[in-house]
Design a protein around this ligand. Structure first.
Ligand SMILES: [Fe+2]
Length: 453
């Protein structure tokens, strides 16, 4: 009998497990047929180590990654995972593959959620999301909130809150394990694509970052020509998704930008008419919290996304809901993307309520840039159409709908030109939507050639 095989350890005296001690196997088959296909993957562990006393080190359980090949599109499969040699296999679960890419072929419902954490609000969000029966789920960053759980409310919320000179904020990595178990009923059957938020940075000894994020999730980085787990792309039916990293270099001379240029140039809008981008912190948000925090990323990347006709952008980070009109450079533009912030997944931090356009709420510009990425990019408020406007004195034209409630969204692409977006609040009945909009592509009015010209 193997006791506690694969469990995490936390404390001063931890010994990393050897991932080679157990196999990573998935047996699978089409629903209604024997599970006579088998794929073998690989396993890994990661460590979260702190270079000073007072914080608990962590070494993970064994994390398995297995790629299934030869799957048919739009087909229901059943599978089990584990190590058959020690008779340790999971229960049978089910998943459905994405439809083939093409202009008439779309996943039925795509759930979009951000800033989940693990609270009673998270439970409600995930419950509502499951009830909407998505075929695919996008998680736009800030996943487990594995910080702020050490003192259990006895002193301060966190070690680094009590000792402000602490140069690394602690994490409580078992939170990731709890979160994974909580999410299993959903993610064992609905494919989930994740992009990193600031809560995934998780700095540790040796300047290592994103260890848990990069170890626990699967990313089609190689398949999409990316060198990193922090940015990648994929197709789901007739939609091309681009996942961007806001907490890794994004300047025009950096790998991410060069990859983005290549990826956009390869998109064939006859095969994937819809182009959707997602990253964590929003460029267009009117809430006071994180107001214009990513101005530098926006200055660097907005033009290329506009040039290639991105239809929709999904963000999180701001703990509320907001949907923009089609916008480019702070100006209404029928060919700009619709920006949707769904940072309202339910984490334990405060909900964003105040708006920057309300009296006394406009922050001093120099205090706004993201602290991790640094920089200060004033270009968009000293030049161009929004010159002189750091804040507006009422809800700006670009902001179509904003509300501070927990919830999630569902995207239903109907055809090459119509997509239905619905936002579902936790306080409503399952079948109710609080914000409903058809997003309409106008390829005749906003033509995009293969080179973005
Ligand atoms: Fe965030």
């Amino acid at each position: 009998m193997i006791e506690f095989a694969g469990e995490f350890q936390i404390g001063d005296n931890i010994k990393p497990l050897d991932p080679n001690n157990v196999s990573s196997i998935v047996t699978y088959g089409r629903y209604g047929f024997p599970m006579d296909n088998q794929s073998t993957g690989y396993s890994l562990i990661y460590n979260q180590l702190y270079p000073f006393e007072g914080l608990q080190n962590y070494t993970s359980g064994i994390i398995h990654h297995v790629r299934l090949t030869g799957l048919r599109p739009n087909t229901l499969y059943q599978y089990q995972c584990g190590d058959p040699s020690i008779a340790d296999m999971s229960k049978v679960s089910y998943f459905k593959t994405m439809p083939v890419s093409g202009p008439k072929s779309y996943p039925r419902r795509i759930a979009v959620v951000g800033d989940l954490g693990l609270t009673h609000n998270t439970t409600s969000t995930v419950d509502h999301l499951l009830a909407n029966g998505p075929d695919l789920m996008l998680l736009v960053g800030d996943v487990s909130y594995a910080n702020l759980y050490l003192t259990n409310g006895t002193v301060s919320d966190c070690y680094s809150c009590s000792f402000s000179q602490t140069f690394i904020q602690e994490t409580y990595q078992p939170r990731w394990d709890y979160w994974g178990r909580f999410m299993q009923p959903l993610v064992s059957k609905v494919p989930m694509m994740v992009v990193e938020g600031n809560h995934e940075i998780e700095e540790q000894a040796g300047n290592r970052t994103f260890a848990s994020y990069s170890s626990r999730f699967a990313f089609p980085s190689n398949e999409s020509g990316s060198s990193s787990t922090l940015f990648y792309s994929f197709n789901a039916g007739g939609i091309h998704f681009i996942m961007l990293g806001a907490y890794t270099a994004y300047h025009k001379s950096d790998d991410q930008y060069k990859w983005l240029e290549k990826d956009l140039a390869k998109v064939d809008r006859n095969v994937t008419p819809w182009l959707v981008a997602a990253w964590h912190p929003p460029w267009y948000s009117t809430y006071k919290a994180h107001y214009r925090e990513e101005e530098c990323m926006k200055v660097e990347m907005e033009d290329i996304l506009y040039k290639y006709g991105v239809d929709i952008v999904f963000n999180g980070h701001v703990h509320a809901y907001e949907r923009s009109n089609r916008v480019y450079n702070y100006t209404l533009d029928p060919c700009g993307p619709v920006y949707i912030t769904v940072g309202d997944g339910g984490n334990r931090e405060k909900m964003a309520i105040a708006h920057a356009d309300e009296p006394g709420n406009c922050p001093e510009p120099s205090t706004t840039p993201d602290k991790f990425m640094g920089g200060f990019c004033a270009f968009n408020f000293i030049e161009g159409p929004a010159a002189g406007k750091f804040c507006w004195d009422k809800q700006p034209e670009y902001s179509a709908y904003r509300e501070s409630s927990f919830g999630h969204g569902i995207l239903e692409v109907k055809n090459e030109t119509y997509a239905l977006w619905t936002w579902h609040r936790n306080q409503d009945m399952y079948s109710t939507s609080a914000d409903v909009i058809y997003i309409v592509r106008q390829p005749d009015r906003c033509p995009v050639t293969d080179n973005g010209a």
